[in-house]
Design a protein around this ligand. Structure first.
Ligand code: CP
Length: 323
């Protein structure tokens, strides 16, 4: 595998989940695979889980890890071809990506949506800029429109907890004081489209996700109805897509409660705001899978890195180098 940029890079989800579960049972089995290889993690935004789980995954494979908070410590990057760089931006992606590639064998990028410019966000200028100009494989640690490492961890978690042939899985919007991106919800939807599940999305009117992503999905605007008899309820806030990046609704009606959850398992990618997104008693109950989801981030990342490293020759002969 060259890059892991989106859920579409998964060729067989069932096989991937099976392999990730096997890595979880024996995380150090491939300790020599990453020997003398380095991963560079570039963060344009904050992180707890992604940063530590991806480092842990790389360490389990014997890799060296370099981490940079690019957003606060790096030069401001220009992405436009032919730009006259006489304003605030000091370095072009063309140089930055090529330079970073000389220091590592894989580069992983976190760069959230701006939520101010839909066109630029959907163009994935940071992630795709690195994918275009880096001479090493690129991994998405949450981009403007997707969080495929999270979705893979979520698939592992559902597989571990599911006992049914076709579970009912609900993705429910929840309130939040700040405008949040669509990436986690988008990737979860795309991952559910690869699963045999009765999948329902519920949110207030005005919070429809990108229709190109939710095409074919069931959307139910009545949250209580959507949650009836659910086996898994994945709760997440996102800002409006049509009124791009806006917070249209803040009241607590849509907060997940024990009553709405019923007997379902509760899922959330974290971080989560208690008693805004979800009530304390849900998070503190045995029905909550959030800690296990976070743990599975390591094995999702480890599987992706293993798949990228596997075709690399042992002596630094990276097959994906561009000219
Ligand atoms: N779920 C997730 O990506 O967590 P972080 O933002 O803390 O990395």
């Amino acid at each position: 595998m060259k890059n892991y940029l989106s859920i579409h890079d998964i060729d067989n989800l069932t096989e991937w989940v099976k392999e990730a579960k096997s890595l979880k049972e024996n995380p150090l089995a491939d300790k020599s695979l990453g020997k003398e290889k380095t991963i560079c993690l570039l963060f344009f935004n904050n992180s707890l889980r992604t940063r530590l789980s991806t480092q842990k995954a790389a360490m389990n494979l014997g890799m060296e890890v370099m981490v940079m908070n690019f957003g606060s410590e790096g030069w401001q990057l220009e992405f436009e071809d032919g730009a006259v760089m006489d304003q605030g931006k000091s370095e072009h992606i063309k140089e930055a990506a090529r330079v970073v590639s000389q220091f590592c064998d894989i580069v992983a990028i976190r760069a959230f949506a701006s939520l101010t410019d839909k066109e630029k966000d959907e163009a994935e200028i940071v992630l795709d800029g690195f994918a275009k100009y880096a001479s090493v494989p690129v991994v998405n640690m949450e981009s403007s429109v997707g969080h495929p490492l999270q979705a893979l961890a979520d698939a592992i978690t559902i597989e571990e907890k599911n006992v049914l042939q076709k579970p009912k899985v609900v993705l429910s919007w929840a309130p939040h004081p700040k405008a949040l991106p669509h990436a986690v919800a988008n990737s979860f939807v795309q991952m559910m489209q690869l699963q045999d599940a009765d999948f329902v999305i519920t949110h207030p009117k005005g919070y429809e996700l990108n229709p190109n992503i939710t095409r074919g999905c069931t959307i139910e605007y009545d949250q209580k109805k959507a949650c009836e008899n659910a086996d898994f309820i994945y709760v997440k806030n996102w800002s409006s897509y049509s009124d791009y990046g806006k917070v249209l609704k803040k009241d607590k009606d849509w907060m997940m409660t024990q009553k709405k959850l019923g007997k379902a398992k509760f899922m959330h990618c974290l971080p989560v705001r208690r008693n805004v997104v979800v009530a304390d008693d849900v998070l503190d109950s045995d029905q909550s899978l959030v800690i296990e989801q976070a743990n599975n981030r390591t094995y999702a990342a480890q599987l992706v890195l293993k798949k990228i490293l596997s075709p690399l020759s042992p002596k630094g002969g990276i097959i994906n180098k561009i000219g």
